[in-house]
Design a protein around this ligand. Sequence first.
Ligand code: FES
Length: 188
Amino acid sequence: MSDTDKFDEHHNGEGDEPTRRDFIYIATAAAAAVGGGAFAWPLVSQMSAAGDTRAAGSIEIDLSKVSEGQQLKVLWRGKPVFVRYRTQKEIDEADAVDIETLRDPETDDARFVANPEGKINKHLLVMVGVCTHFGCIPVGEAGDFDGWYCPCHGSHYDTSGRIRKGPAPTNMVIPKYAYISDTVIKVG
Ligand code: FES
């Protein structure tokens, strides 16, 4: 079963109902085509994608659209990508974790991509918003570690999207992305 199959299967279950209320949704033109066929999500606004990037399965996201404490959800290849503008408190919580205690050891810094100047912006966390257990969509600002909580079977992720408690085997995935300007990234 592919990841997409898992995502669709669980998305249609009652377990993901709380997630639909929690985020601002932004759909790319390419993603809207997928969403329209498989399920109906509320759409607040649309971002355009150039034809060549659509063809390659890539999307561009303007990070300047996200305010502190806010999360955007962008569809990419049929899956949600979360863009979370973390508060300083959330960053400090992520940095304070002893990675030796983690199921899937990974520093917070390792979950970011550097901009062209070689710097990472730890406020802006970009990750695939799919639980690594069976593919449900976790709820933000929830769970025992102030990050995300997956209501399907009770996985708790921290403010870096790392698995901390529950059945999920690994951290939520950081997609391949790159900065194409100071504020715009290309995912995929
Ligand atoms: S799918 Fe998230 S805990 Fe099972």
